[in-house]
Ligand binder design. Structure first.
Ligand SMILES: C[S@@+](CC[C@H](N)C(=O)[O-])C[C@H]1O[C@@H](n2cnc3c(N)ncnc32)[C@H](O)[C@@H]1O
Length: 466
């Protein structure tokens, strides 16, 4: 636990200036445990259904309809010391978590994507996206329509982003690992909504993550201001006129928050602040009205800063680009077509893209440019092998129960669920030969290759329950 005496003098002075008479209440809040939140994956179920299925009377997070406090686990998410039974009940080891029914997210961190006003059909860019909290939330709001481009600069962090997107069953997505400068050369005025959840000094996360505090002591806020402005500058180029840009940080530092925004607004006269109401205990910034701070002594959540900007609308010149010639549909391997025909869905075979034997289902009408480093172009369906098609985990997570003819549907309390998630061979109740979808209470978990009753495990090794 961090104590006042550990805090750098410069930080304390800045916080006293920011909080005035509330400073002591803020310091006291550092002694309290942080809140843990879960957010319903609206692609898979409603918040009411999630409550029912988890059989808990959760308290709602006031500012995010689909978010709940997970009171029992207020504090650190350690499961290594728990018994196997208690682990299953915990939020991060529950089979429904593996089915992608919810995302574990700090309650304040649910605010920025919600403030972006994302609607089905929008083109959304999440520019600093890893590990994927805001991206998975944005995809929930898109409801499978439109496009999500989810980017992170860090090659290591983008792996967690990819996993979280795939577990959530998202298909209308491009995942990139790029410097925003490269993206802005291609996606010119392309997006309706952009989220810049910027790298920051993390002052709002001190009580939650001691590593953030240590990093802060070595770098401090100034380091991040220039970086944030440079990211915002690239975002500006990619936003459509009339579009919305949400900038957020998990820091209180005015040098970063107001500082970066004022510098940005000075350069970009075409942007203005679209006011966020200071409801729910949020605090309006005195220096930049219409932007808000979330403080742990005011709300049940950690520290955050959120601003919503709009780009002025103007008449855009008609796109004179010649219509691209329709590409000839690739001749698809029979095995792939046969497999996809088992899933009750109207596949648009022209959207299937094969790269080195890997088959992807591309998002509709998405701009994809060879110069960029894509980690995923749409939904990774699987691999075309000699005389067979090997479906992948991402596809399984995207399939709905009713789309598969004879899923192996297990209840959450069936011991085979955890054995399956651990990678073991399990026995089915009925005989079948071939690839079969495994579900928990009607939600997909992965595939098995069944022979009579024996089900060879196809659950992705890197995601196993431990
Ligand atoms: C606050 S975290 C993002 C958290 C994420 N939005 C979420 O909700 O899960 C900031 C991210 O910015 C990334 N980052 C750092 N420099 C960047 C840059 N120049 N361009 C894009 N992303 C960058 C970091 O790798 C980090 O993942």
């Amino acid at each position: 636990m961090i104590q006042e005496k550990d805090l750098p003098i410069g930080y304390k002075t800045a916080m006293k200036d920011l909080l005035k008479e509330d400073y002591d209440a803020y310091i006291r809040s550092l002694d309290e445990k942080p809140y843990v939140g879960i957010r319903t994956n609206l692609l898979k179920l409603t918040p009411e259904r999630l409550k029912e299925i988890l059989d808990r009377d959760f308290i709602s997070i006031p500012w995010v309809e689909e978010g709940f406090y997970f009171e029992e686990e207020k504090g650190v998410l350690t499961t290594s010391t728990l018994s196997e039974d208690d682990k299953i009940k915990s939020i991060s080891k529950n089979p429904y978590y593996f089915a992608g029914l919810y995302y574990i997210q700090e309650p304040s961190a649910m605010t920025p994507a919600m403030m972006a006003g994302i609607k089905p059909g929008d083109k959304v860019l999440d520019l600093c996206a890893a590990p994927g909290g805001k991206s998975t939330q944005a995809a929930s709001y898109l409801k499978g329509e439109g496009l999500l481009v989810s980017n992170d600069f860090s090659a290591s962090r983008v792996k967690a982003l990819q996993k979280n997107i795939e577990v959530s069953g998202i298909d209308n997505v491009l995942i990139t690992n790029e410097d925003p400068k490269n993206l802005s050369k291609i996606y010119i005025e392309y997006f309706d909504k952009i989220i810049v959840d910027a790298p920051c000094s993390g002052e709002g996360m001190f009580r939650r993550d001691s590593a953030v505090f240590k990093a802060y002591l070595s770098r401090g806020p100034k380091f991040f201001t220039g970086l944030q402005v440079s990211i915002l500058n690239e975002a500006a180029k990619m936003l459509k006129p009339g579009g919305t840009l949400v900038y957020s940080t998990c820091t209180y530092s005015k040098i970063e928050d107001e500082g970066s925004l004022l510098e940005f607004l000075e350069i970009h006269k075409e942007f203005y602040i679209d006011k966020i109401k200071a409801d729910y205990g949020f605090e309006e910034s005195r220096d930049l009205p219409g932007t808000i701070r979330l403080f742990p002594h005011k709300i049940k959540g950690e520290g955050h800063f959120v601003a919503r900007l709009k780009k002025e609308n103007r008449v855009v010149e008609e796109n004179k680009e010649k219509p691209k010639k329709k590409k000839k549909s690739p001749k698809l391997a029979e095995e792939l077509v046969e497999f996809l025909s088992k899933i009750k869905r109207d596949w648009d075979y022209e959207r299937i893209f094969i790269n080195k034997n890997y088959a992807y289902y591309l998002p509709k009408d998405a701009l994809i440019d060879k110069s960029l480093h894509y980690i995923r172009t749409g939904l990774l369906l699987g691999e075309i092998k000699k005389n067979r098609f090997e479906p992948f985990q991402a596809l399984a997570m995207n399939i709905k129960f009713e789309e598969w003819d004879n899923p192996l549907n297990l209840t959450a309390t069936d011991e085979r669920v955890i054995r399956y998630l651990k990678g073991e061979t399990i026995e089915a109740d009925d005989e079948y030969n071939g690839i079969r979808l495994v579900c928990v209470d009607g939600f997909s978990l992965g595939f098995v290759k069944q022979n009579k009753r024996s089900c060879k495990n196809k659950y992705y090794q890197g995601w196993r329950w431990m």
